[in-house]
Design a protein around this ligand. Structure first.
Ligand code: FES
Length: 75
């Protein structure tokens, strides 16, 4: 079953998760990564999806939302 989420009327894509934060960013520490940091998109607006290209900044400004990437950090 497919669920379609629309960000019309300034509602944003995030209805109620950690809304007191300016931007919701989570990090997962992984020991076997080729690069020191990889950001995965969670706003569904990246031109390089599934990787984050910073498009969440424009989305957050336009909608008042607070979405941000999932960061994978090499330790
Ligand atoms: Fe989607 Fe950064 S572009 S979270």
């Amino acid at each position: 079953r497919m669920v379609v989420v629309r960000a019309e009327g300034g509602a944003g894509i995030n209805p109620d998760i950690r809304k007191t934060e300016d931007k919701v960013v989570d990090a997962v520490v992984v020991t076997e990564l080729a690069k020191p940091l990889t950001a995965y998109c969670r706003c569904w607006r990246s031109g390089t999806f599934p990787l984050c290209d910073g498009s969440h900044v424009k989305h957050n400004k336009a909608t008042g939302d607070n979405v941000g990437p999932l960061l994978l950090k090499k330790q």
